[in-house]
Write a protein that binds this ligand. Structure first.
Ligand SMILES: [Zn+2]
Length: 144
């Protein structure tokens, strides 16, 4: 995976870490987007859960490719918080690993007007201390 780390341009409200979500939020330190995967049926499960929602099997974090498509998105133009200047893109990204494997994320390095549903994106990580927030950028090289 050719994931990169980018410097945050604004503070973030960070998630509280727990044993379940720690791999997801800290895997970026190693350039890995760690998603829970079932050891029995191999289904990917996100958000992190104690058991597989399909077969109740044990889940273990595995690195996903970090590549996906823009499932849907909105461009926020409202300055809700003084530290987070608009406009910014709030998206649901569907990872290439599985059709229903989706996560909310910001899209960066893009003109919001140039986005379209179904376009290829790839992960980057924005470090905030121990937490590496996954964000996505348009992936021009991919044929998603
Ligand atoms: Zn399973």
């Amino acid at each position: 995976m050719d994931a990169r780390v980018i410097q945050p341009n604004a503070p973030r409200i960070l998630p509280p870490l727990n044993d379940l979500n720690r791999p997801f939020w800290t895997g970026g330190a190693n350039g890995e987007l760690l998603i829970m995967r079932c050891e029995q049926c191999r289904r990917w499960v996100h958000p992190p859960a104690p058991r597989c929602d399909a077969c109740s099997g044990d889940l273990q974090p595995e690195p996903a490719s970090g590549r996906g498509t823009l499932f849907t998105y909105t461009v926020n133009a409202q300055p809700f918080h003084p530290d987070v200047p608009p406009p910014y893109v709030i998206a649901i990204v569907e990872l290439n690993e599985q059709t229903d494997l989706r996560l909310p994320a910001n899209i960066v390095h893009c003109d919001p007007d140039a986005l379209s549903c179904g376009m290829a994106v790839r992960v980057l990580f924005e470090p905030h201390g121990e937490i590496f927030v996954p964000v996505f950028e348009p992936d021009e090289r991919s044929v998603a």
